[in-house]
Each structure stands twice: as structure tokens, then as C-alpha cells.
Design a protein around this ligand. Structure first.
Ligand code: AN7
Length: 349
């Protein structure tokens, strides 16, 4: 059967209004990649990467955006607006373009990775930089959508969460059950909320088990770990540079209800996890490596016994979103004359 996107495949399980008019770029259906070397090195039963970088705009945001834009156009909206650390902006721009709607995106000045900004511009959004953080931008778009017909497509929008539940459905459909643990990065906390809702829904209708959730924030932007909003969040993982998560309470509840937890990881730990994943063939953007960074740290600290555990790690965005980080943190390629002698000498052959 031809794949037609997540509203076609899982729409009957999503709480979307009657007026929803399907806009899709065939998002979802991403691979759950087994990681044999990582599994062996960490001593687990099986570790899988849910590789969300393979969505149409290169991140998991497309799952929620197909739902949010489909609802917005169905009710007659003409413009969608969002605040974004980058991936939501690119996704909103693409789906709005697809639907023939105008997209406006507010981003924190200078803090959005090149691949995301380029995407948002390429898809035709009106991109506005603000002299402030993501949190400031979110406050502004929430405010403006209260009094204007602009449609808000941040994950405060409940249809974003409905669409993103499909990630949990896919993992369960692939494994035939939920994993024992589910690890993922946490920024504005929409995705952790959506996964937990999706798992709970599947547990009810399919009788599967529930996973424990390990949410991971960046140490410089970890409001859910320190227990209060962070005024000036900082991290190399710019996607999750968020100091006041809109769904923070729900994230904490998801972790607690599941028997899991939310922890923080340093930028060094996140970049190391990015290198480990890439070395086994899965290149993700820094924020996307936070799930593995957290899992690895918990195992090494003796707080997590991986023995016999099936673990799914969501890698939320593609490595190509943030090429700058590789240029900054890895050696530049060697330069030699275009001569065979120089090549032989360098390779030692
Ligand atoms: C790669 O694009 O908030 O906890 O504005 O891009 O659901 O916010 C991005 C978030 C993880 C965190 N990984 O997800 C935005 C934005 C990547 C991301 C997250 C984001 P949430």
C-alpha cells in the first residue's frame, strides 16, 4: 500500500476537528535503526535510533505540523505564525507553502543553525529575527494570536501534539511493543508530552506495555532540572536553548508517571554523543544527541542498569541542519598538492 503520510495512516487515532483538510509532505514512517555497536558498548539488550532527521524538512516537527496546518487551513486561516529555535520555523514554512498559506516565523537573533534558517527562507516564510531569546519570541506570538486571525503553530497548539503522537505509534508498530526505555531531548517539552500521550493511548487500545521516559535537557538550559525558568539559556544545542518550556508541567508529569526522569547534560557530553552516533552512521544535530548523552551518563554513573533493556532513542533532527558545529568542533580536512607523491606520503602507502 502506498504511504500517504501520518494523517492518512494514524488520523483515526488523532483528535482533530471535522474541518481538518489534509496537507501532507508524506512525513513520518521514519526508520527505527538498530545500533549493534552502541548496544554492545553500553551493555543493553537492544538500542534503536528513531531517526527523525529523515522527515521532509529534516526534523520531527513535520509530524505535528501536518496536523496543525491541516487544521488551520480547514478553519480558513490565511497565515500561520510561530516562534522557533529553527526546526519549527522550517517545518511551518514548508507546510504553509504546501497549503498556499503565508508563514511568519520569529527566531532569536543569531542563534539559529544555518540549515534551519536556510530552510525557512527557501520555503518562503517571512523570517523575523528578534533581539531576544526563543522564550521572548514565544511570548510575542502567543500575544499576537490572541487578538488577530493569525494561526499559532507552536506546540502549544494541541494539534501539534496530536500529530507528534504518531512517533510513539510507529515505534510500537515496529517493535510489536513499547521499548523498556524511551530517551529524547527536551526543549519546549512538546515532544515528550506527545510521546507519552501516544504510548498511553496505544497501551489502552493495543494492550502494549508502557516505557519509562528519560528526558534530557542541556545543562545551560535546564529549567525542568533546576526547578525554575532559566533567564539566559545557553547551549551548543541551539534547538533546545529554551528557558521556559511551554509544556514543562506535562513533561515532568510524563517522566514521573512513567517511572523515568528528566536530567541535564553538558555541551561536551552532547557533542560526544553526536560523534558516537555519527561513527555508527547516524549523523544528527547536537540537540538530537542529548537522549544518548543522558542515557550513557546514567549508565556510567550506575543509575541505570541497561542489562536486558530495549531502548529507543529519538534523534529529532538531521546533522545537516547544523553544519557549523562540525566546522567549529572538528579538525578541518588536510590540504595537499594535487600530486600522487603527496597523497601516498599522507596515507603511508
Ligand atoms: C532537533 O524548532 O523548539 O521539547 O522552535 O529542534 O518538543 O520542544 C525545537 C525543538 C529537540 C525539543 N530536538 O523538542 C523549535 C523548537 C530538536 C528540536 C527539540 C527541538 P520539544
Amino acid at each position: 500500500m502506498t504511504y500517504k503520510g501520518i494523517l492518512d495512516r494514524y488520523g483515526h487515532l488523532l483528535d482533530l476537528p471535522e474541518h481538518t483538510k489534509k496537507i501532507t509532505l508524506l512525513e513520518g514512517n521514519t526508520p527505527l535503526i538498530p545500533m549493534p555497536r552502541l548496544t554492545r558498548d553500553l551493555g543493553a539488550e537492544a538500542i534503536y535510533i528513531k531517526y527523525e532527521g529523515l522527515n521532509p524538512t529534516g526534523s520531527f516537527k513535520d509530524r505535528g505540523m501536518t496536523a496543525a496546518v491541516s487544521e488551520a487551513i480547514g478553519r480558513g486561516a490565511e497565515t500561520v505564525i510561530c516562534a522557533s529555535t529553527g526546526n519549527t520555523a522550517a517545518s511551518a514554512a514548508a507546510y504553509a507553502g504546501r497549503a498556499g498559506l503565508r508563514a511568519v516565523v520569529l527566531i532569536p537573533e543569531g542563534k539559529v543553525a544555518a540549515g534551519k534558517l536556510a530552510g525557512a527562507i527557501a520555503y518562503g516564510a517571512q523570517v523575523i529575527q528578534i533581539e531576544g531569546s526563543f522564550d521572548d519570541a514565544l511570548t510575542m506570538v502567543v500575544e499576537i494570536t490572541k487578538t488577530t486571525p493569525l494561526a499559532l503553530v507552536n506546540s502549544i497548539n494541541p494539534y501539534r501534539i496530536e500529530g507528534q503522537k504518531s512517533g510513539a505509534f510507529e515505534i510500537c508498530d515496529t517493535l510489536g511493543d513499547a521499548p523498556d526505555w524511551h530517551c529524547l531531548p527536551v526543549g519546549n517539552a512538546g515532544n515528550i508530552t506527545a510521546y507519552w500521550a501516544g504510548y498511553k493511548q496505544y497501551a489502552k487500545i493495543k494492550g502494549i506495555n508502557l516505557p519509562k521516559i528519560l528526558g534530557v535537557q542541556a545543562a545551560g538550559s535546564a529549567p525542568l532540572v533546576v526547578g525554575h525558568p532559566v533567564e539566559n539559556p545557553e547551549t551548543v544545542a541551539t534547538a533546545i536553548r529554551i528557558g521556559k518550556p511551554a509544556r514543562g508541567e506535562q513533561a515532568l508529569m510524563a517522566a514521573e508517571e512513567s517511572g523515568g526522569r528528566i536530567i541535564a547534560q553538558s555541551d561536551e557530553s552532547i557533542l560526544e554523543a553526536q560523534r558516537i552516533l555519527a561513527s555508527e552512521g547516524v549523523w544528527v544535530e547536537p540537540a538530537s544527541a542529548a537522549g544518548l548523552a543522558g542515557l550513557k551518563a546514567e549508565i556510567e554513573a550506575g543509575k541505570f542498569d541497561p542489562k536486558g533493556q530495549k531502548i529507543a532513542i529519538v534523534c529529532t533532527g538531521h546533522g545537516m541542519k547544523d553544519p557549523g558545529i562540525i566546522a567549529d568542533s572538528m579538525p578541518t580536512p588536510e590540504l595537499i598538492p594535487a600530486e600522487m607523491g603527496a597523497l601516498r606520503e599522507l596515507l603511508g602507502v
